[in-house]
Design a protein around this ligand. Sequence first.
Ligand code: ZN
Length: 257
Amino acid sequence: MEDMVKGAIDKGLNMICFTDHYDFLYPSLGVETWSFTFCVEDYFKMISDLKEQYRGQIEILTGVELGLRNEPAIREKTRAFYKKMVNEFPFDFVIGSTHVLENTDPYYDAYWIGKTKETGLRDYFTSIKENASFYSCFDVYGHLDYMIRYVRDTEKDYNASDYQDILDEALKKLIVSGKGIELNTSGFKYGLNRPHPKMEILKRYKELGGTILSIGSDAHKPEHLAYDFKKAKNLLNELGFSYYTIFKERKPVQIKL
Ligand SMILES: [Zn+2]
């Protein structure tokens, strides 16, 4: 974490928000056993020490990315767990994301058994639509279409208009709930030449009245901090956005692009 803070200072950033990934009940998927949880108390303690140490050099905010789940068997439990977490700890910013659905991760082949690209994407977007209604523990929905990376073809692209019925419902729900979406620049890093979500969805979000838009680089290494933020800025200007959003103490702050 200290390397990230130093990296941010080196890049001339005046602020950094950690959003470590927390996936409650991440399934055991056979070959590899991943855990996406951590001790939230220690996390706050580490960030508080870093704030102290780097005071005056950079502002450090505490966020988290929560993996939301729509499976009927576990969603109540997941919602209660996250609700308690965000009430107990003073996060600045909470991202909600879909990484897992149908008790598997689209990263793995198991998800794609019996699915086409079209049904795989449709099911993924449906889980976002459902989570957008079911959960209130988050501020923005993260990387809406990142699972396109795991589609089993080489094209790694899609027409958002093919899923407009579902996506519109999800976006409208987020907007009326006072929540936003994230522009995640990791798509550039992965060679997709576009952010998550793709331009069509950002455009539609704006058309539907969406104004809350955070920008994140999903950096797992210092060199990826603020990755291609210039491209994000240009793209948002092109779409007619004038502001982007950061969160402090879970409240949106609009900043001119
Ligand atoms: Zn994520």
